[in-house]
Ligand binder design. Sequence first.
Ligand SMILES: [Ca+2]
Length: 190
Amino acid sequence: MKKHLISLFIAILVLEIGISVKAKNFDISAREESFDIVVNSKSGPWNPVINNSKNYIHKLRVKSNGLAPPTIVKVKSGDNLTLAYVFGNVYADKEGHPERKTDADGYPKNMPTYAGFLPSFYINDRIKHMALIGTFTNSKGVIVGSPFFVGNGPTNITVPEGSEQLQLGINDNLFRDNSGLFIVKISIND
Ligand SMILES: [Ca+2]
């Protein structure tokens, strides 16, 4: 319970002081058993410039898109991770509108999206809008293996060879109108 209160405090802090659009880097080299991280609704799951073959930002919307970097967690290949949604909601647009609110599984029905591909286009088109997505990358942010659906989880996954980062973000393609965040628990070698 105490941990959840701390997470809630962090979430409120992030919302209040507006640092939410900045990348947050978490170093788990201390090998803690588990910890909670924040994934902001404006974070894409990978950098679409570095990974241009998996671009999800329409070329006419690059400058005004509002895309923020993913939440980045340093990892070690061979580690077994469990990712689980703890709490929080995000809105694709229209903040506060009940139909635009979802947890990390994404919208329960197909809702209209804006021009361009969603990140899920490169994984599985059935992944829902605003769902939580993960990918492993090398130290420069180049995708290793395939990005994957995380959702509410829990999702178990082994860090593949050659990857040094887990990146987490949202399945959307226009980020400036998003709001909210997810708190996600990461357990390592549990
Ligand atoms: Ca949006």
